[in-house]
Ligand binder design. Structure first.
Ligand SMILES: [Mg+2]
Length: 101
């Protein structure tokens, strides 16, 4: 488990924030929605570039926190998961495509 995951784990233990996985998932969706809203506001619904990316910092941090809490609840090492994803994408790029899946 990486340092950030350990930090969030200690925080959750300290503040008794032990919620079910389903709640963690809802939290991720909620925070993702808040990021989307901020981007829409920042770009005037796509009519201009983002004026100040710093305005997205707080909501991206909320999203990151919520993803980490889900990974921690499932005992998933996000560093390991990211390495696997990058290997998967590398393989896809070498084969000529970057579709999702
Ligand atoms: Mg938020």
């Amino acid at each position: 488990m990486n340092e950030m995951q350990e930090k969030v784990k200690r925080f959750c233990i300290k503040h008794d924030l032990d919620h079910p996985v389903e709640h963690r998932l809802i939290d991720i969706m909620s925070e993702l929605g808040e990021v989307a809203k901020d981007i829409l506001v920042e770009t005037d619904y796509g009519h201009r570039g983002i004026k100040d990316p710093k305005n997205l910092e707080e909501e991206l941090g909320d999203l990151q926190y919520s993803i980490i809490t889900l990974a921690n609840a499932l005992d998933i090492d996000l560093d390991f998961a990211l390495e696997k994803v990058l290997e998967k994408y590398e393989d896809r790029i070498e084969k000529g495509g970057m579709g999702s899946g």
